[in-house]
Design a protein. Structure first.
Length: 81
């Protein structure tokens, strides 16, 4: 792998961690919601997700993240051609 390819791969990895770029992560870092313990929780693969209103929150290594699943295109008729 050339130096250029490695630096480009590193740049794309950093952009993905920041939540932008072609491989954006569905997890965005946020501050913890108030009184999260009173909301419904779901355990999945060792993580605990909390459903707060219309968003899913997860705590990982002391940091809070909100999970926003990828959305489908609104104009599906454009993709049927």
């Amino acid at each position: 792998m050339s130096v250029f390819s490695r630096s480009l791969a590193s740049l794309l990895a950093v952009l993905a961690l920041w939540g932008c770029g072609p491989a954006a992560s569905p997890y965005q870092r946020v501050s913890p919601p108030a009184a999260v313990e009173r909301y419904p929780r779901v355990e999945h693969r060792g993580l605990v997700f909390y459903r707060v209103e219309d968003r899913w929150y997860v705590q990982h290594r002391g940091a809070w993240f909100v999970y926003e699943p990828p959305r489908e295109p609104q104009n599906l008729w454009m993709w049927r051609r």
